[in-house]
Design a protein around this ligand. Structure first.
Ligand SMILES: [Zn+2]
Length: 736
């Protein structure tokens, strides 16, 4: 422990002066030391891992020559270890460090850096700003704070990362193990997520033990680009946690650094989830979703016309699609490939296709779907514009494509069939007015056609990227798919609400800065993919390096609706049960010709039926269950959820909080609903499994299962079944 030679007290927090020129800031009973060796955290919570400075930097500034065209390979990294002692000022709750200039050990840069480290409650917050007066230099990012020297054991204190719906890191990689979750970082390893995008859906992560842990969250109301990194040094067997902020700061500009909160907490990881949600609620609102949306079981995603021009579902067959959805209990039709170009072709020109029946047949089909009680969502890709082939690209789009620093554009391909050409797409820059105008026009068109919403595909997917395009309405360079993306989505959603309050905006993927615009997500992320019983059992063992951990996002944002992702025209019993227990919304997909004969004629395809298809559906899954049985069980499970919508659709997912379950290899999740509490249990095993369940403060009322309205609540669980046990509050004990 460092020797504190002086104290400056103010209220609950105190600033200590260390013998070697460092500082100590207190928050609650925790202490954060700042000195020439870095940051050291002495937490007040026994179960929170401590951090001991190792001499490695606790911040790093990244810069490069601001040359046009840009020059690669001349980046400079400046760290605290290269600087002399900063000026410091005492704050009421901490300390401000001021570096008037910065050096890389040789050169001196006219770059000012100010860092504030404050303690409040049980949390430490580091924030600050950087001012670039260095002519000819461009600042490209700041890493900090960095906590090093964290001694912990992932088997007892796993790391939770916000990739997709969540990921749990259970252990470090073995030396000979193929690196996937962990990437090499010099001699060390790093497991990281990039926010905001599908691989970084929230701005926090944690080392989360059973009794407590360490929360690190960037409380950045602007939701700017950043990377959250868990690090591991195999030689010392110590961990690190770092936040890297990605931005551009030109000479003459300043950037405020997003606050980063370091907070020891007691209890399960749900306490950390509450810390983030409490902050989130202080800066942002979730979208007020139209009532109909909450009452939907999920959707039938249907590609009407494919990339090769094959028409599978003409507009005159939408009633048949309603039949397919009805047989399975699905409430929404997601209409993809509905325009003249087919799926992933000729975007963003979306013209009702004469060969499919033309605009009047489409309107009639959508009206018929409405009469049948279905909701319809019309597709538009939120970023893709096909090069050369579309009028939009030729006249407008090529000038608003997201551009790399070498002047080329970021290009995507989505090749669906081996025997057709590969179409190339640029990405529309969301800053550009022309892109906004086209996307809004498509929403207005969807509403006028009679649809209940629009899906902007892919806008929940991409990580931010640098755009060097001129004339897009942003400084050059800027991060794209970053702060402008939620603004873009919300403007459209708000505009459409004025026209039709029931019209919704959906997107594919997930990230929390879109929550005030998006009413429902089309899942395409960790936690939404097909999960078998055997996969679930592996997760319960926590034996792999990492596991999907959908509990994470579901607990922070239980109101957020997302479909699961099964690009196959059926799902098996395991996936039905998985979707049910996690409270997600269903989907099946009709993508290719053999999918249509499966859905309309119960004909089970062979893999060869998809001969030219690049990414085939899960034929093995389709062959393992008869179409009639797959249809029957999905419908039965959805009917079961509809009957218990108070829990599944209107209730609040609380994960494992509020009840105690014993029973080997069972998955159980809680849902609160007013004075009721529901526990849904899934037995993924192939054998009958007994269990006990206690919900303190509640009395057991009844239980049911799909197809069984009344069951003995505490009877052993039959193989591969789900059950909902309904409890009623009996006391005023606090609800979870
Ligand atoms: Zn741009």
């Amino acid at each position: 422990m460092k020797r504190i030679v002086g104290m400056l007290s103010a209220g609950m927090c105190a600033l200590g002066l260390l013998a070697d020129g460092g500082f100590s800031v207190t928050a609650g009973k925790s202490t954060l030391l700042v000195d020439t060796n870095g940051l050291s955290l002495t937490p007040s919570v026994a179960a929170c891992p401590a951090s001991r400075a190792t001499g490695e930097p606790f911040w790093a500034l990244l810069l490069e020559p601001h040359a046009v065209p840009a020059v690669h390979g001349q980046g400079v990294v400046i760290t605290d270890a290269q600087q002399g002692a900063p000026r410091w000022e005492k704050l009421p709750d901490g300390v401000r460090l001021v570096y008037d200039t910065l050096t890389d050990g040789g050169r001196v840069f006219k770059i000012g850096l100010m860092l504030e480290i404050r303690g409040a409650g049980d949390a430490f917050t580091m924030s600050g700003s950087v001012t670039n007066s260095a002519h000819g230099w461009l600042l490209t990012g700041f890493t900090g704070p960095v906590l090093n020297g964290i001694a912990t054991d992932l088997s007892r204190t796993p790391a939770l990362l916000p990739e997709g719906f969540g990921k749990r890191i259970n252990r470090v990689p073995a030396p000979d193990e193929k690196q996937r979750e962990w990437q090499r970082l010099g001699n060390n390893y790093e497991a990281s997520v990039v926010y905001p995008g599908v691989r970084g859906t929230m701005q926090w992560f944690a080392l989360a033990g059973r009794e407590g842990g360490l929360y690190v969250g960037s409380h950045d109301p602007l939701h700017r680009a950043k990377q959250l990194s868990l690090r591991y040094d195999p030689s010392s067997k110590r961990f690190g946690m770092a936040v890297r902020h990605d931005f551009f700061c030109r000479s003459g500009e300043s950037v405020a650094l997003a606050p980063v909160v370091i907070q020891p907490y007691a209890g399960s990881w749900h306490a950390a989830a509450r810390l983030y949600r409490t902050w989130f609620d202080s800066v942002r609102k979730l979208r007020d979703v139209p009532a109909w949306t909450r009452d939907t079981s999920g959707w039938l995603l249907c590609i009407l016309k494919q990339q090769n021009g094959e028409i599978m579902w003409p507009y005159t067959s939408l009633d048949k699609l309603c039949d397919v959805a009805d047989a399975r209990g699905l409430d929404i039709l997601g209409l993809f490939g509905w325009a003249h170009g087919g799926h992933d072709h000729l975007y963003p020109d979306y013209i009702p296709c004469p060969e499919m029946g033309g605009v009047e047949a489409l309107k009639k089909g959508l009206k018929e779907a409405k009469r049948r009680g279905k909701r319809t969502i019309i597709y538009a890709n939120g970023q893709l514009q096909e090069r050369e082939a579309t009028e939009f690209w030729r006249t407008v789009g090529k000038d608003i494509a997201i551009t790399r620093r070498d002047g080329t554009t970021y290009q995507h391909t989505y090749h669906k069939y081996r025997n057709i050409p590969v179409y190339r797409f640029d990405l529309g820059c969301l800053y550009a007015q022309a892109w906004y105008d086209r996307m809004l026009a498509l929403a207005i068109q969807a509403n006028e056609l009679g649809a209940d919403g629009i899906l902007y595909d892919q806008l929940g997917m991409m990580a931010p990227m640098a755009c060097y395009g001129e004339g897009h309405g942003h400084p050059v360079p800027s991060m794209a798919h970053e702060v402008e993306r939620p603004v873009f989505l919300k403007r459209i959603a708000d505009h459409m609400r004025q026209i039709n309050p029931d019209f919704i905006v959906m997107t594919e993927g997930l990230h929390d800065c879109a929550l005030d615009a998006i009413s429902m997500f089309h899942g395409c992320t960790l936690g939404t993919y097909r999960t078998s019983a055997s996969e679930m059992l592996v997760r319960l063992r926590a034996s792999r390096v990492a596991d999907p951990f959908p509990e994470l996002f579901r607990t922070v944002f239980p109101e957020v609706m997302s479909t699961i992702r099964v690009p196959t025209p059926m799902m098996d019993r395991d996936m039905v049960n998985y979707t049910c227990v996690y409270g997600m919304r269903y989907e099946i997909e009709s993508r290719y010709g053999p999918d249509v004969t499966y859905l309309r004629e119960d004909r089970v395809p062979e893999s060869d039926d998809y001969v030219h298809v690049v990414n085939k559906p899960d034929v093995t899954m389709m062959q393992a269950t008869s179409p009639a049985e797959a249809t029957r069980y999905l419908k039965e499970a959805i009917d079961f959820q509809r009957e218990n919508a108070a829990f599944f659709w209107h209730g609040r997912f609380v994960d494992s909080q509020g009840f105690t379950l014993t029973g080997k290899d069972l998955v159980a999740k809680g849902f609160t609903a007013g004075d009721r509490f529901g526990v849904v249990i899934w037995n993924p095993l192939q054998n009958v499994t007994p269990f006990t369940l206690e919900v303190p403060g509640y009395a057991l009322e009844s239980a049911s299962e799909p197809g069984r309205e009344r069951v003995d609540p505490l009877a052993p669980m039959a193989a591969s079944t789900v059950r909902l046990l309904r409890w009623k509050i009996t006391s005023t004990s606090p609800k979870p």
